[in-house]
Write a protein that binds this ligand. Structure first.
Ligand code: KIV
Ligand code: ZN
Length: 504
């Protein structure tokens, strides 16, 4: 039997305290439902006294979300505890989370109270809450900056008063992992009645150590971790749920015999929902759930992953809810990944064709950050459906603007010669086409011109399709480039090559 690490999710309370991340009742309920599917043990749904809307939201989550404990936050004041109780009492598993600051800094500047008074208030708040609810959590706020002897005294007293969980917050993200682990060990060793309560931790990320501190605490006896999806929370946020859960699951050699009840395959979905509803975008390189967390671009890494995934992946993407490992084709990618992707797209090319397509891919990759399947399709289609190149673009130069007549200078290679012409037109494309007509001596009438972006983003590859008619008939042409004028010229030249093709 593994030892359970309780996952207490505070996305809807501390996470919602992220500047700009507030959620309405419907949104809290939607996230609460998904957190239950994810399998968290407790959901802190809000701070009921803080606003009528938050009270309603906590009440709604308590009524509707089945499975996890539903918790409401309260200061050590009777009116807060009453509000929290009235909001969570509809849950089958209600919890009231009472807090009071215990550090010298907070007691002196914020609360303006001495130790004795703080101790008395904490005990009476817990006793009051305990009369209303059997499950009481107490947090000595700013615990990591609290005098150790006073912290031990407070923790012992609140357990005596009925607290079932004592949560040790690193409120300002000041602690370091070794130090925080020692703090938890100190509590275990110096609080005589500690076995009557679960030790919880709540670490903020001001120094980027929220997860490391939480894990150090687990190794020293903490059995509940408070965390948020995507690491949301006050200032730099809280310890991120997905990182805590996957660290415990992946490093079973370190977290020996420990497990959470989280269904990790729901992580991505939950993360996306939280991001969508809070408007807090997840950075691509975010551990576990970032879009790049299982994406490889460099040729060496891609080659390794294709030979054996575990060379560069410590977790299976499917285990956190991604479909698969992503091999991103870009300028660092190598032949192995390129060939595999083409095979996957159903292309079977000869060695020579593959080599040529690979060279073109590298040229494009220098211009574009990421090469998508559509880009490859364009490259390969041009390679496979190759028609004799009577004409090819050597160079073009345009001047255009709203105050000058667009002019184009175009150079076309044909039979080892470079032919050049300059023309003006209604727009830069028209000017280029007129210059090309002069060079080729094949006047084409443009019947159709279409441009579409084959990939997304500012550096997207644009594909131009044209249909032109001439004395020789109607032909079409296609061209692609990150520059739409270049794509337009290539499409026209491609059509000209069809016109120049000897009749079969
Ligand atoms: O960071 C903190 O100390 C808190 C408490 C209310 C637990 O959020
Ligand atoms: Zn907090």
């Amino acid at each position: 039997m593994s030892e359970k690490i309780i996952i207490f999710d505070t996305t809807l309370r501390d996470g919602e305290q992220s500047p700009g991340a507030s959620l309405n009742i419907k949104e809290k309920l939607e996230i609460g439902r998904q957190l239950a599917v994810l399998g968290v043990d407790a959901i802190e749904a809000g701070f009921p006294i803080s606003s009528p809307g938050d009270f309603k939201a906590v009440q709604t989550v308590a009524r509707e979300v089945k499975g996890p404990i539903i918790c409401g936050l309260a200061r050590s004041l009777e009116k807060d505890i009453d509000a929290a109780h009235n909001a969570v009492k509809y849950s089958r598993r209600p919890r009231i989370h009472v807090f009071l600051a215990t550090s010298k800094i907070h007691m002196k500047y914020k609360l303006k109270k001495a130790e004795g008074e703080i101790l008395r208030l904490a005990v009476s708040a817990v006793k009051y809450a305990r009369k209303k609810c059997a499950d009481i959590e107490f947090s000595p706020e700013d615990a990591s900056r609290t005098e150790k002897s006073f912290l031990y005294k407070v923790v012992e007293a609140v357990i005596g008063a009925g607290a079932t969980t004592v949560n040790i917050p690193d409120t300002v993200g000041y602690a370091t992992p070794f130090e925080f682990g020692e703090l938890i060990r100190g509590i275990k060793e110096n609080v005589p009645n500690i076995s009557r309560a679960v030790i919880s931790v709540h670490c903020h990320n001001d120094l980027g150590l929220g997860v490391a501190n939480s894990l150090a605490a687990v190794l020293n006896g903490a059995r509940q971790v408070e965390c948020t999806m995507n690491g949301l929370g006050e200032r730099a946020g809280n310890a991120s749920l997905e990182e805590i859960v996957m660290a415990i699951r992946t490093r079973t050699d370190i977290f020996r015999g420990m497990a959470t009840g989280v269904h990790t395959r729901e992580l991505c979905k939950t993360s996306k929902l939280v991001s969508k509803l809070t408007g807090m975008i997840v950075q691509p390189n975010k551990a576990i759930i970032g879009s790049n967390a299982f994406a490889h671009e460099s040729g060496i890494h891609q080659d390794g992953v294709l030979k054996e995934r575990i060379t560069y992946e410590i977790m299976r993407p499917q285990d956190v809810g991604f479909e698969a490992t992503r091999l991103v084709l870009g300028k660092h990618s190598g032949r192995h990944a390129f060939h595999e992707r083409l095979k996957g797209m159903g292309y079977s090319l000869s060695e020579a064709q593959l080599e040529k397509a690979f060279d073109q891919f590298k040229v494009l990759a220098d211009k574009k950050k990421e090469i998508f399947d559509e880009d490859l399709q364009t490259i390969v289609d041009e390679e496979i459906r190759k028609i004799p190149e009577t004409f090819s673009l050597a160079h073009f130069y345009i001047t255009s603007g709203d105050q000058i007549k667009p002019t184009a200078n175009v150079r076309i290679k044909s039979h080892n010669k470079t032919l050049e012409s300059t023309s003006s037109g209604d727009g830069p494309v028209d000017a280029c086409y007129k210059a090309i007509d002069k060079i080729t001596g094949m006047k084409g009438k443009l019947l159709d011109y279409q441009i579409r972006s084959v990939t997304s983003g500012k550096d997207a590859l644009g594909e131009v399709s044209v249909k032109i008619s001439s004395k020789k008939g109607v032909v079409s042409g296609r061209g692609a480039s990150t520059d739409i004028i270049e794509a337009s010229i290539k499409a026209y030249v491609n059509a000209m090559n069809r016109l120049a093709r000897p009749k079969r």
